[in-house]
Ligand binder design. Structure first.
Ligand SMILES: [Zn+2]
Length: 172
């Protein structure tokens, strides 16, 4: 297993935490000198916070751990291609490298949309690598949404059958 795969596997464990909490399963770890200095997973629902993406959680944890808001030589491993907000956080914390798993064709701004490469307003560049354990990363997300759809369907079905039941009609 390559180093990138080893740390992506840890990011996947974080994503599983999100999955277990019924959040869209995205996880991240920040690594400095081969050591994990911060971890995070998507917690937007739990925290009522649209900024609580996995990357942001990991960056916050790493800043606390290192007592530094600059994380210059750190590498971020995240299971899904980062969004524009997280790209901002990556740039502001001066990360050296970003490694992501699955591509995010809609909202991803590193490979899917070349936001930072083309914008010209970032005063920092970051090395990046996509597609690391991409299948495992995207499978978890696909499984999450499939389960959610199934649960919704079951709920609808239950509601429809109770509407049709005589007991319900009698109560009207
Ligand atoms: Zn994000």
């Amino acid at each position: 297993m390559t180093t990138d795969n080893t740390f992506m596997a840890l990011a996947l464990e974080q994503a599983q935490n999100a999955f277990d909490a019924s959040e869209v399963p995205i996880g991240a770890v920040l690594v400095l000198n081969n050591q994990v200095i911060g971890t995070g997973y998507n917690r937007v629902i739990e925290l009522n916070d649209a900024t609580a993406h996995a990357e942001i959680q990991a960056i916050r944890a790493a800043g606390k751990a290192t007592q530094n808001y600059r994380l210059n030589d750190a590498t971020l491993y995240v299971t899904l291609e980062p969004c524009t907000m997280c790209l901002g956080a990556i740039m502001h914390s001066r990360l050296k490298r970003v490694v992501f798993g699955a591509q995010e064709p809609k909202a991803g701004v590193i490979e899917s949309h070349h936001v930072w490469q083309e914008s010209g307003f970032f005063n920092h560049t970051v090395q990046w690598q996509g597609g690391v354990m991409a299948q495992t990363c995207s499978a978890l997300i696909t499984q999450f949404f499939a389960q959610r759809r199934a649960a919704k369907k079951a709920l609808k079905k239950a509601a429809a059958s109770s509407e049709g039941s005589p007991a319900f009609r009698d109560n009207k």
